[in-house]
Design a binder for this molecule. Structure first.
Ligand SMILES: [Zn+2]
Length: 240
């Protein structure tokens, strides 16, 4: 047990989390970033900093993964992965078991769900493009950033089409927006967002409208999924 380790706190039940599997030495719980439908973390209960500190546990962890894959019937595309070095988000070693968007795409194709197929294809190509630009496998945070960008593009188009009286064109964008939004964590309520704007004003102490960007930046830092347009509106109302 390490005091400031979030995984140790989950293991100690100080932070409640759904448990997928547990024995004396290991625990499996979902990642809190739902980019993919299934993303489970197989974690040794003993605080172990990195992959390099593991011994025979690696074999036991992959055995647990094998059993979960069989038991839960993850017969389509899945991926097992240890992260290390600078991309590690929590310094308590864990094995990721992930079933990807590719699986979703395959399901949608079987179901002839054309909207989902085209939206997921666009999303996967956006991931691919970003991966080439970054020259490494995307972390979940980077995947989320891509999805947010795609969501923002749809929102902007819908606004532009609706303004131009072209509801017929915004319809497809709305369908794609709905599908993409399912891959983002839940958004903040308007009330919570408004409270966050109050907090930002107290923290930033804006001199006036000229500091609007700083206040928006503070809010976006705390609520990266919130609609930028909505934030700007609230900040403007508060400063105006
Ligand atoms: Zn730990």
């Amino acid at each position: 047990m390490k005091e400031d380790c979030i995984f140790c706190k989950i293991i100690n039940n100080e932070i409640p989390r759904e448990v997928i599997y547990e024995d004396d030495s290991f625990i499996v719980f979902p990642s809190n970033q739902p980019v993919a439908d299934i993303h489970w973390l197989i974690v040794p209960k003993k605080h172990t900093e990195t992959f390099l500190d593991l011994g025979g546990e690696t074999l036991e962890m992959t055995k647990i993964a094998q059993n979960l894959i069989k038991e839960k019937g993850l017969t389509d595309a899945y991926r097992l992965c240890f992260n290390g070095g600078k991309y590690q988000e929590v310094m308590h070693v864990h094995l990721h078991l992930v079933q990807t968007i590719q699986t979703k795409l395959a399901e949608a194709m079987k179901a002839h769900d054309e909207n989902t197929v085209s939206t997921l294809r666009l999303l996967l190509s956006a991931f691919n493009y970003e991966q080439i630009a970054k020259q490494h496998e995307l972390t979940e945070e980077e995947e989320l950033a891509v999805i947010r960008k795609e969501v923002k593009q749809r929102r902007d188009s819908i606004e532009a089409y609706d303004k131009a009286g072209r509801g017929d064109l915004s319809e497809k964008e709305k369908i794609e927006l709905d599908i993409l939004s399912t891959y983002l964590p839940p958004e903040m309520s308007d009330e919570d967002l408004s409270k966050l704007v109050d907090e930002a004003v107290l923290a930033v102490k804006p001199a006036g409208m000229q500091d609007m960007g700083k206040v928006i930046g503070f809010v976006k830092g705390k609520a990266p999924n919130a609609d930028g347009g909505k934030i700007a509106q609230l900040v403007k109302a508060k400063l105006g």
